[in-house]
Write a protein that binds this ligand. Structure first.
Ligand SMILES: Cc1ncc(COP(=O)(O)O)c(C=O)c1O
Length: 444
């Protein structure tokens, strides 16, 4: 028995080392990191320049409490981060992870509303399904039943609207009209809640773990921004998974020219080299809160110089190697290869995503999009078959965590075309075995 425990009993081998897109266990077995861990290791493993920058910082100081000192790495990373945001979102608050970034964003929004005399605004509307983190505040915004239901009595429940799962719709609307229809759910919810009570709306611009790289029609994004403006509701983009180049732009928001009021970042921001996240907010929001006495919030490890040195070196690497561009280029190649699997496997119902945040979903019937029988446990079985063969992919239940199976394929942004072929060969092999086991037909 190990003293260490995780969410569930899932024995995995000991990790020895990482190199580029590969991880090696202590027995020397090699794995393609086809999900960058949990969509974290965007620049690949053991990047020499990032490690050198971290060592250099370690030789100076690994910690300096933010109330006692300013540090060069945190100032430099804040300036660099601000320069990569849409104009006007330029004030950076560091945290150590995604849940903390989301909590910070909602709390800053609330304190801002109070400074504006809008004491009645406290509700943060989110989408279902959605994943925004596991601390109780972030969990109240999360829509994924297995994670939320046990804690329901302990949380202040927040209103939800349906995520724009257009690929499941069988109406006759155009994609653009569907986008508007889903966006208008926000207006209806604000009206139902009472506009004077609604503080913010939070969304993942491209869905992550809970929806499997869900992308809304283009019309959705602009309409959501308009509705937020109309009602004075702050728009928070949770870019914890999508940020730092993953979707082919530094922020996914750039695909639609949207300027959110607050952005949450983590994961690829320090790409697994240090626990780091950030909330980036509109200057006037921050100024109002600081002028009113300060942000009543903060974490001990926030902005520590070692994590910030890592984050700065990671962003420099993303820029130096044009990894955002590579995510767009290799994402197109990988998405086409995944879509090609639909010819062979009738039980792949959808392939979606942007850049190198891609996913495929398994179904019983492509016409109805009915999920596979729950008992097949496809989401865990296919992951295990791929893992045995040396490929790591990331799966979740699609429909609010209740049923359905999707698989995120999101390798490090440094991946090359030959490496995509390597990944696809293992994935195809795993799908063949899965189909045979599950008695699912495969085309010749
Ligand atoms: C969109 C999104 N928000 C927030 C989080 C929470 O991040 P963390 O696990 O670092 O707390 C995640 C993690 O998967 C995420 O994907």
């Amino acid at each position: 028995m190990s003293n260490l425990f995780y969410q569930s009993r899932q024995p995995r081998p000991f990790l020895d080392r990482g190199e580029g897109i590969y991880l090696y266990d202590v027995d020397g077995k090699r794995y393609i990191d086809g999900s960058s861990g949990a969509m974290v290791s965007n620049i690949g493993h053991s990047n020499a320049r990032v490690l050198a920058a971290m060592r250099a910082q370690m030789d100076k100081a690994t910690f300096g409490y933010r109330l006692h000192f300013r540090t060069e790495p945190s100032e430099a990373l804040a300036a660099k981060t601000a320069s990569l945001m849409p104009a006007g979102i330029d004030r950076v608050f560091f945290v150590s992870g995604g849940s903390e970034a989301v909590e910070s964003a909602t709390k800053l929004a609330r304190q801002y509303a109070v400074t504006q005399g809008q004491h009645s605004r406290w509700k943060v509307i989110s989408r279902y399904p959605a994943y925004h983190g596991c601390t109780l505040g972030a969990l109240a915004l999360t829509g994924y039943d297995p994670l939320t239901v046990p804690f329901a009595p302990m949380m202040r429940e927040m209103p939800k609207i349906a995520a724009p799962t257009c690929y499941l719709d069988r109406d006759t609307l155009s994609d653009e009209d569907r986008g508007i229809r889903y966006a208008e759910l926000l207006r209806a919810e604000i009206e139902a809640q009472g506009p004077e009570t609604v503080l913010a709306f939070i969304m993942e611009p491209v869905g992550g773990a809970s929806t499997g790289a869900l992308v809304a029609p283009d019309s959705y994004y602009g309409r959501i921004r308009e509705i937020c403006d109309e009602y004075g509701v702050l728009l928070i983009y949770d870019e914890v998974m999508t940020g730092a180049g993953r979707t082919g732009k530094f922020l996914a928001a750039e695909h639609w020219g949207i300027t959110p009021d607050i952005v949450a970042l983590s994961k690829g921001f320090a790409a697994g080299y240090a626990p780091l996240g950030a909330m980036v907010a509109r200057n006037d929001i921050v100024e109002a809160v600081l002028n009113a006495g300060g942000f009543q919030h903060g974490f001990t490890y926030a902005g520590n110089p070692l994590a910030c040195a890592a984050g700065l070196a990671v962003i420099e690497e993303i820029e130096r190697e044009d990894l955002t561009g590579n995510a767009a280029r290799m994402g197109a190649v990988l998405k086409a290869r995944l879509a090609g699997l639909m010819d062979r496997y009738p039980f792949i119902g959808d392939v979606r995503g942007k850049g190198l945040l891609l996913a495929f979903e398994l179904v019983a019937d492509r016409e109805t999009m009915d999920p596979l029988p729950k008992a097949l446990n496809a989401h865990s079985r296919l992951v295990d078959l791929a893992y045995e063969r040396g490929l790591i992919i990331y799966s979740r239940r699609t429909r609010g965590g209740v049923e359905g199976d999707h698989f995120l394929v999101a390798p490090p942004l440094i991946i090359t075309e030959p490496q995509i072929e390597e990944l696809m060969a293992i994935l195809t092999d795993a799908l063949d075995v899965f189909a045979a086991e599950a008695g699912l037909a495969v085309a010749a």
